[in-house]
Design a protein around this ligand. Structure first.
Ligand SMILES: Cc1cc2nc3c(=O)[nH]c(=O)nc-3n(C[C@H](O)[C@H](O)[C@H](O)COP(=O)(O)O)c2cc1C
Length: 302
C-alpha cells in the first residue's frame, strides 16, 4: 500500500491534491465531473464578511499558456456561504479549507470569528495577495510588516489552523514567508496570480475593464516552482504549492521543490476533471518509480 497522505498543522489529508481558491467554487459546480471524496481538500472561493459584487466585466481573458482574471473576489458573504456551501460540503469525506478575504484587518477577523465554531472547516487560507481589489488585501501581502501584523492578529482569533496565501508580486518571497512564519502562521500557500495586462489592438482598449489582471495557468509554473523552492528554504512550516499545475508531473515537481501539498487552479476551467486526474497521475508516478511514501519526495532537490 503506497502512502499518499500528508499532514499540515495536525490536519491529515488523504492525498496532497487540493483545489486552488476561486477556480472551483465550493465544489458544487464540479461535483458532476469530479468525485470530491477523492481530493485531499476543497479550498473554497474567497469569502468576505459581507457580499462583494466583484469588478465590472470583462474580467477574464485568455492569453498564451493561461488566462488573466480580475474577478475582484465576488462572493455572497460569510452568512450565505456558511448556510449554503458548508452544508453542501457536509456530505463529502474531504477536508475543507475556507479562503478568507477582506478590505481591512477587521473584515478578515469577522469572517475568522464567524467560522470559528463551524466544525466542517478544517483550516483557513488567508488571501492577502489578490491583485484585483483596490483596498486592503494585496496591501497586506506586499509589505512584510503589514503581513506580520495581520497574520498575528488573525492567529490570535482563529480556532482553525491558518495558511497565509502569499503574493508573487514581491521582491523577496523568502522575506514574506519568514514574516508569516514569525507571526505564527501554521502554513503558507503560494503563488497567487502574477499581475499582467492585455490590450485588444483591434478595439484599441484594455482586454479587461480593470486594465490589469492576475496571470495564472501553465505560463506561470516555472516562477511558482522557483518561489516554492525559495520559501521552502526560508521557513520550516508546510507549504501548499500552486501555479500552473496541469498534471501529475507538475504536482510532483512542486513537491520536489519543497511543497507538502499542491493546488490545481486555472486548469479546472480547461478540463473539469483535472484535479482527479492529478491524483491518479501522482499514484502512477509512485508506482512507476516504486515510491512508497509521497512525503519522501518532498524537497528532494537541494
Ligand atoms: C478566476 C480565478 C479566481 C481566483 N480567485 C481567488 C480567490 O478568491 N482567492 C485566492 O486566494 N486566490 C484566487 N485565485 C488564485 C488561484 O487560487 C491560484 O493561486 C492562481 O490562479 C495560480 O494557480 P493556477 O495557475 O493553477 O491557476 C483565483 C484565480 C483565478 C484564475
Amino acid at each position: 500500500m503506497r502512502n499518499t497522505s500528508v499532514e499540515i498543522a495536525g490536519v491529515k489529508f488523504k492525498n496532497p491534491v487540493m483545489t486552488a481558491s476561486g477556480t472551483f467554487g465550493s465544489g458544487m459546480e464540479y461535483s458532476d465531473f469530479v468525485d470530491l471524496n477523492k481530493l485531499g481538500a476543497v479550498v473554497t472561493k474567497g469569502v468576505a464578511n459581507v457580499p462583494w459584487e466583484g469588478n465590472p466585466v470583462p474580467r477574464v481573458t485568455e492569453v498564451y499558456g493561461g488566462m488573466l482574471n480580475a474577478i475582484g473576489l465576488q462572493n455572497p458573504g460569510v452568512e450565505v456561504f456558511a448556510e449554503r456551501d458548508l452544508r453542501f460540503l457536509d456530505k463529502y469525506d474531504t477536508r475543507v479549507i475556507v479562503n478568507v478575504c477582506g478590505k481591512s484587518v477587521e473584515d478578515y477577523l469577522e469572517v475568522v470569528e464567524r467560522l470559528g465554531d463551524e466544525k466542517r472547516v478544517d483550516m483557513l487560507e488567508i488571501n492577502v495577495s489578490c491583485p484585483n481589489v483596490k483596498e486592503g488585501a494585496i496591501a497586506f501581502g506586499q509589505n512584510k510588516d503589514a503581513l506580520f501584523d495581520i497574520t498575528k492578529r488573525i492567529k490570535e482569533k482563529a480556532k482553525q489552523p491558518i495558511i497565509m496565501k502569499l503574493s508573487p508580486n514581491v521582491t523577496s518571497i523568502s522575506e514574506m514567508a519568514k514574516a508569516a512564519e514569525a507571526a505564527g502562521a501554521d502554513a503558507i500557500s503560494l503563488i497567487n496570480t502574477i499581475t499582467g495586462m492585455k490590450i485588444d489592438i483591434h478595439k484599441r482598449k484594455f482586454a479587461l475593464a480593470n486594465k490589469t489582471g492576475g496571470l495564472s495557468g501553465p505560463a506561470i509554473k516555472p516562477v511558482a516552482v522557483r518561489m516554492v523552492y525559495e520559501a521552502a528554504h526560508a521557513v520550516n512550516i508546510p507549504i501548499i504549492g500552486m501555479g500552473g499545475i496541469a498534471n501529475g508531473s507538475d504536482a510532483i515537481e512542486f513537491i520536489m521543490a519543497g511543497a507538502t501539498a499542491v493546488a490545481v487552479g486555472a486548469m479546472n476551467f480547461h478540463d473539469p476533471y483535472a484535479t482527479e486526474k492529478v491524483v491518479e497521475e501522482i499514484e502512477s508516478y509512485m508506482e512507476r518509480y516504486d515510491v512508497s511514501d509521497i512525503n519522501s519526495l518532498r524537497g528532494i532537490v537541494e
